[in-house]
Design a protein around this ligand. Structure first.
Ligand SMILES: Cc1cc2nc3c(=O)[nH]c(=O)nc-3n(C[C@H](O)[C@H](O)[C@H](O)COP(=O)(O)OP(=O)(O)OC[C@H]3O[C@@H](n4cnc5c(N)ncnc54)[C@H](O)[C@@H]3O)c2cc1C
Length: 401
């Protein structure tokens, strides 16, 4: 059932992939999502199913065993998955960002070593920029790497790693002093390390501890953790791209495609909220008629559907721009900002349509209501998107007087 959020100009292969994913979401995710979410249970069967569908390798080039698909295909799959359960899209998102960073910036040896097993879903990625004292202000990172022979020694604490426990490869951004004299701009003295580890909690590798899951308001099922480095030794060939000082740019490149991904999640969650709202509005009766027949409710549905369409169009535009090889930071920032704000509003309207029942854990909208706010924060808050958008607008519309 979907007249909204159609995408024109897709290839047969894209349409086939999307129809397979939608089918999987309807049969394997939606029926179990709310129950698993309430138990904060990791959806192992769903993850196994995604592995079988090849989704962990969707954008990894075919030469490494992936499907070699575009960002648009990926984003549309994410939209479908988030429509079923946003946490599942979180499980593939950090993996996708790390694979993308490896593809774009990794040495040949790093690509050969990681990408085939990432495509198969046997190695799963997490990425780590945030620390307890910072999220938006990445330049303030205080975790450090110091060179010691052919290795680097890493110390510091990281925060908010999605898939921190279940992953076996973490891309970690730290300050590195080697080759960067005192006074070097912060973004030029950061390095991304590819840190391999055992999945799980506790000391997962000498010098590396994943303390446990952070208890969250929503976005449950997927693990979000801290990461503590205490004398963690990483070989020099695990510097992403083989050269220090490029980490900030590599991470920002990853986050940019991640923003399209978060926009896609906002679209998926909003679509589901609309579906739930429009169904409930035709079941519930007040004052002798379906509530859908009250103009106030119809207006809500109209506003919700318009927001779903607008967010989808902007998300598709941002993905297509990146796929064409053009810079897309403006479009990705706008899409992420709009889709996450609209998602929160559409979910709130669907919640209101449900009346008191929306407050009951028996109704799916209760889960969506707790999930939507995460999208306002992840991959950069609304304020950070507006800073990016504003800066770019001033570049494009420079006053010539
Ligand atoms: C569930 C979850 C999963 C996450 N997963 C990951 C992950 O996998 N990897 C990772 O590295 N991080 C992850 N994060 C962290 C996330 O990226 C940060 O929370 C986010 O970037 C915001 O940073 P902060 O929480 O430190 O807020 P702050 O940066 O402290 O911001 C607080 C408030 O101030 C505003 N603000 C900050 N600076 C400015 C400014 N210059 N102008 C105007 N307003 C400003 C912000 O918009 C916000 O409203 C995750 C977070 C959550 C909640």
């Amino acid at each position: 059932m979907s007249r909204l959020a159609q995408t024109h100009g897709l290839t047969d292969v894209q349409r086939e992939i999307l129809s397979t994913v939608r089918d999987f979401v309807d049969k394997e995710i939606i029926p179990v999502a709310t129950e698993l979410e309430h138990r904060d249970e990791y959806p192992q069967d769903i993850v196994d199913g995604l592995k079988e569908l090849g989704l962990f390798g969707l954008m990894i080039p075919e030469e490494y065993g992936g499907l070699g698909e575009s960002l648009l295909t990926y984003a549309l799959c994410v939209e479908e998955i988030a429509r079923g359960w946003m946490s599942v899209s979180g499980i593939i998102n950090t993996h996708f960002i790390v694979a993308y960073m490896l593809k774009q910036h990794g040495t040949q040896e790093q690509k050969d070593h990681f990408l085939p097993r990432m495509a198969a879903g046997d190695i799963r990625g997490a990425f780590s920029m945030s620390e307890p004292a910072l999220g938006s202000d990445v330049s303030a990172i205080s975790s450090k790497a110091v060179k010691d022979g052919e290795e680097y020694v890493l110390n510091g604490q990281k925060m908010w790693l999605t898939n921190g426990g279940t992953s076996s490869l973490v891309a970690v951004l730290v300050k590195s002093d080697e080759g960067h004299p005192e006074g070097t701009a912060p973004h030029k003295s950061m390095t991304t390390f590819l840190v391999e580890k055992e999945p799980g909690f506790g000391e997962v590798r000498p010098g590396l501890t994943i303390p446990g899951k952070i208890d969250k308001m929503g976005y449950k099922g997927v693990d979000t953790t801290e990461l503590v480095m205490d004398g963690l030794r990483v070989p020099a060939d695990r510097v992403l791209g083989g050269v220090t000082g490029r980490g900030f740019y590599q991470m920002m490149d990853g986050v940019e495609v991640g923003r399209v991904n978060v926009a896609a999640r906002g679209c998926g969650v909003a679509q589901r909220a609309f579906e739930l709202g429009v169904q409930y509005a035709q079941q519930r009766r007040t004052f002798g008629k379906q509530i859908a027949q009250h103009q106030a409710i119809q207006f809500k549905l109209a506003e919700m559907a318009t927001k779903v369409e607008a967010a989808h169009a902007m998300m598709v535009n941002a993905a297509r721009k990146k796929d064409s090889g053009e810079r897309n930071d403006l479009e990705a920032g706008m899409a992420k900002y709009l889709a996450s704000e609209y998602c929160k509003e559409v979910v709130e309207d669907a919640f209101r349509i449900h009346g008191g029942y929306g407050f009951s854990k028996e109704y799916e909208i209760e889960r969506l209501y707790r999930e939507a706010p995460m999208l306002l924060i992840g991959e950069g808050t609304a304020e950070i998107q507006k800073m990016i958008i504003g800066r770019r607008l001033l570049e494009e519309y420079r006053f010539q007087g």
